[in-house]
Design a protein around this ligand. Structure first.
Ligand SMILES: *Cc1c(COP(=O)(O)O)cnc(C)c1O
Length: 403
């Protein structure tokens, strides 16, 4: 079908997204192809999801085999695949137990419920308040949305569920001041990713951990975007040596298959007793087979080492791009293969991403003024060189529009 014929059908979708008029039909490695056959170097990475690239043969084969074996059994029973994946994932993350779901939002909903129910089970029934951060992003369902510290996502959906306050990210004093006898949990991201690739300042996560240890408040880390090797460690919080009481994972862990997880320490395991939480699809054999295959690929292809190596190369190259185009690029941010170019005021990140797409490079916008690059963890230096030369070609063509 032609692009025009396909686009005519877009009237059947609700208008919540703002896709450009192109239709993706196929992917291979770090490239994706539209219905016209045009190829794009994919540094949007499906929003930091395509950890092993498009159509990885091992992942595709494992999913196909599992689909032909057992796709869904429901949580009325265990499944062989979910048990194997639970053991592997908890071990590699250094946590004790896992709850499987289908998205990052759901994993954060589970953490929010865990935070409240933990104190309820302990008989501290007034401890229901959660501290989150301004500019943080935790998802779009009403619980996760209440945690999300970006008012633009709240518009029209009031009232938010009560009991959530937002404090400045990176500021430990703000957390200490906001903590009361009723505080149950603190939730934040090791890097505010959707918020514009804002890396936690040195010592911040350690200070939050110490504060939580002192007050008994639970530390919940949203590793949906920073997890699964994206920053050059399996978890983003490993850079600071901080271990949370629970973490959420999604995006990269399924390599494109919808999969989310909440991992917890044993000390909070009693918070979600039998019957307290659940999901029809969560942890189904097909999703867990995808998760296992992506873990296998991560280990066999040493993708974290590749992320460290290629990420360092890319960041340095971006810094030299920023230096040469200081009129339009203000700053390079990020860690590993979660990198961003913050545009100067007056240079529109959305327009920059559109211009790059026109030249065959996909990126995405974060935080309004940041061009985010989050290619697959198996991206090569040669592909990064190609991305850099496209950036160098496109940046001089961007127009200044008063801020
Ligand atoms: C993407 C994202 C979410 C939401 O995940 P969904 O799978 O879209 O529900 C939550 N938290 C962070 C940090 C994210 O990057």
């Amino acid at each position: 079908m032609s692009t025009a014929e396909l686009l005519a059908k877009s009237e059947s979708l609700i208008r919540n997204y703002r896709q450009p008029p192109l239709v993706m039909v196929r992917g291979a490695g770090r490239r994706i192809f539209d219905a016209e056959g045009k190829s794009y170097l994919d540094f949007a990475g499906g929003i930091a999801v395509l950890s092993v690239g498009h159509a990885h043969p091992k992942l595709a084969k494992r999913i196909a085999e599992q689909a032909a074996t057992l796709m869904h059994a429901s949580n009325l029973f265990y499944s062989d695949v979910a048990l194997q994946y639970a053991e592997r994932l908890t071990r590699i993350c250094g946590f004790d137990r896992v709850y499987f779901c289908n998205s990052g939002t759901e994993a954060n909903e589970a953490m929010f419920k865990l935070g409240r129910r933990y104190f309820y089970e302990k008989g501290e029934k007034n401890r229901t308040q959660v501290i989150s951060t301004i500019n943080g992003f935790h998802g779009r369902t009403l619980g996760a949305l209440a945690l999300t510290g970006q008012p633009k996502y709240h518009a029209g959906f009031a009232p938010m569920i009560p009991g959530v306050s937002h404090v400045e990210y990176g500021n430990i004093a703000a957390i200490v001041n906001a903590t009361t006898a009723d505080t149950a949990a603190i939730i934040l991201e090791p890097i505010q990713a959707e918020g514009g690739i804002i890396v936690a300042p040195e010592g911040y996560l350690q200070a939050v951990r110490e504060h939580c240890d002192k007050t008994g408040v639970l530390l919940l880390l949203d590793e949906v975007q920073t997890g699964f090797g994206r920053t050059g460690r399996f978890l983003g919080a490993e850079w600071s040596g901080v271990k949370a009481d629970a973490i959420s994972l999604a995006k990269g862990i399924g390599g494109g298959f919808p999969l989310g997880a909440m991992l917890i320490r044993e000390k909070v395991a009693a918070a979600l007793p039998t019957g307290s939480h659940g999901s029809t699809f969560g942890g189904n054999p097909l999703a867990c087979a995808a998760g296992l295959a992506v873990l296998d690929i991560l280990e066999e292809e040493d993708l974290i080492a590749n992320t460290v190596k290629v990420g360092a190369w890319l960041k340095e190259a971006l810094q030299s791009v920023a230096h040469d185009h200081a009129d339009c690029v203000a700053e390079v941010r990020g860690q590993g293969l979660l990198l961003g170019l913050r545009m100067q005021p007056g240079f529109d990140a959305v327009a920059a991403v559109a211009a790059l797409r026109g030249e065959g490079l996909l990126a995405s916008v974060a935080g309004g003024d940041v061009v985010r690059l989050a290619p697959a963890l198996n991206v090569t230096v040669a592909e990064c060189e190609e991305a850099i030369s496209l950036l160098r070609k496109v940046l001089p063509t961007l127009k200044f529009a008063s801020a």
